[in-house]
Design a protein around this ligand. Structure first.
Ligand SMILES: Cc1cc2nc3c(=O)[nH]c(=O)nc-3n(C[C@H](O)[C@H](O)[C@H](O)COP(=O)(O)O)c2cc1C
Length: 194
């Protein structure tokens, strides 16, 4: 049975929920699937995986550092196996939303110029990992969940916070499950030993 490692970076649990749902669909599709936080992913789990799904919540145009670090420290294994990436971010109705922009730009910002730093970091590592796909899913924001870290605290104190951070759980489970089914169909069978 092929083994898939689903790895997530999540500050408030939204991305963890997406990773867990992807894991359920992959298991239903007959794959031996482990879902783990990026900072807890062990060497042995990485070494024995036949495919990877890696995702992160997006904060101010950046993947969370633990998810980026996972990609960096395992880039050779990821490049040698089928790998899928996902970002969980956009909150529909945000004043930062650009209707004309493609989903990756909407979540992570432009490829160049002001605000491109987080996108560039991910593009740089993606060029080495060569993922099969990078999908963007809508996220979730609960203002009652206290901020984690100084930068999030500052953003949430800004007067524009209300317009850039619409409240609600916008995760599109149908889209997430459909993507996971595509992955389940594309994961190759393990090569028999010997
Ligand atoms: C302070 C703050 C900044 C955010 N910045 C972005 C952003 O730049 N791009 C984006 O697509 N989503 C952004 N979001 C939305 C989050 O990515 C979304 O809430 C996501 O579901 C969070 O995932 P998590 O719960 O796994 O941490 C931001 C949310 C907060 C609270």
């Amino acid at each position: 049975m092929s083994k898939v490692l689903v790895v997530f970076g999540s500050r408030h649990g939204g991305t963890r929920g997406i990773a867990e749902r992807i894991g359920e669909v992959l298991r239903t599709g007959g794959l031996d699937t482990v879902v783990t936080a990026a900072e807890l992913a062990g060497h042995e789990e990485v070494r024995t995986a036949d495919a990877f799904v890696v995702g992160s919540g997006v904060y101010m145009g950046n993947w969370l550092s633990e998810a980026l670090d996972f990609l960096r420290r395992n880039q050779e294994q990821l490049a040698a196996r089928p790998t899928w990436l996902f970002s969980s971010g956009p909150l529909p109705g945000s004043s930062k939303e650009e209707r004309e922009a493609d989903p990756v730009t909407n979540a992570l910002g432009p490829l160049d110029g002001p605000g491109s730093g987080g996108r560039k970091k991910l593009e740089e590592i993606s060029a080495r990992v060569r993922p099969r796909d990078h999908r963007v899913f809508l996220g979730a924001f609960d203002p009652d969940d206290p901020p984690r870290g100084m930068s999030e605290r500052l953003v949430r104190m800004m007067p524009v916070a209300k317009s850039i951070l619409p409240t609600g759980d916008f995760r599109d489970w149908d889209a997430i499950e459909a993507w996971a089914r595509e992955i389940a169909a594309a994961v190759p069978s393990p090569v028999p030993a010997g």
